[in-house]
Design a binder for this molecule. Sequence first.
Ligand code: ATP
Ligand code: MG
Length: 418
Amino acid sequence: MRQSHLFTKTRKDAPKDEVAKNAQLLIRGGFIHKEMAGAYSYLPLGLRVFKRIEQVIREEMNAIGGQEIILTALQNPELWEKSGRWKDDAIDVWFKPNLKNGAEVGLAPTHEEPLTALMSEYVQSYKDLPKYVYQFQTKFRNELRAKSGIMRTREFVMKDLYSFSRNEGEFRQFYEACAEAYMKIFARVGLGEKTFRTFASGGSFSKFSDEFQTICESGEDIIYLHRGKGVAVNKEVYGDDVLAELGLKKDELTEEKAIEVGNIFPLGTRFSDALGLTFKDEKGKDTAVIMGSYGIGPGRLMGTIAEVLSDDKGLVWPKDVSPYQVHIVAISGGNSDVSAEADRLYDILKENGIDALYDDRDVRAGEKFADADLLGIPTRLVVSERTVAEGGIEVSMRAGRGSALVPDSSIIEHLKKK
Ligand code: ATP
Ligand code: MG
């Protein structure tokens, strides 16, 4: 992509009412646009990052047997009345618009009810289970506070997977497989070292659920972390009894602020009972399906990466989620030989399947470097009068120091190793 063609531009300042660092940086870089508090649009660079995060999650969900679908956002109140969750005191973040005839519909804040009802059309026998179904789908939540940029919005995409199992053992096996898949996801998007499986409150079917919390000063949650064991306890369940049960000692834990990037939850038969999702077991007996739900917000994850990995110059994308693999910065100073060399490099990268953003704009070198720092693409290739004279390309890393002059002839090989 030629940067001169990109319709977005970088800007020096974030909107005055934007308090969250993630949104400030992403807006300044032209990754997102703020529509209003708690509502952001994704622009070309931001959408690329978002899609790459989504793809990492998709690969790991497919690897544990997930089947992808998309359910509707519009919700039939009847289903939610069956589970007792249509009431605003059961779910306090509902959006409930009206149809032309006056009837209410819901904008889905989550999807247990419709998917459980849908599955009852396909699940009859023990032979139809287990099944694992997920989606990347837009949720609507009328959140009270929306001050954390794209980490807490009123409209957001969630990856939500639901598991349907025959018994507790089968359920637990998948639950653990999903917890492992989550840790792989967080490692792949660059948050592995700061993200910890965290005991949190469960529900009527399980004492605990598990959150995945990323240590960060701007986090809204408080957790107590055992670094050695790599586990944490959310403040909401932290107490002497729970610590004793988990074999954790108070003085070995540190209090940390953290962001909940994912959440997995045993549901037992809460929804299968309410919506009539049963199967005939081997003896022909009707049995309720055991369920679990598994959420990750790709937008919150993107915001967390922006919060945790950025520096005072701007964003720093890990390789697996960067909008482009490399950033070509042409410093031509009006010298057409330099522009021609940079054009040639851009074409060669394209031919070799290396995705590049190419800063071909007619602006000062200082501005180009500042923008490249703000955009945060991991590898930078500078083409200037000096590099052309020396027959090479200056390669540097956004997250590192120094640079190296790589000869023209070996640039592809050099980049493919990265
Ligand atoms: P929180 O406790 O932060 O309000 P939650 O417990 O309600 O979140 P879940 O319903 O478990 O969240 O949602 C699963 C995942 O969806 C969360 O772990 C988070 O990554 C993401 N998510 C939840 N709410 C939002 C939101 N308002 N904006 C963006 N992402 C969100
Ligand atoms: Mg939560």
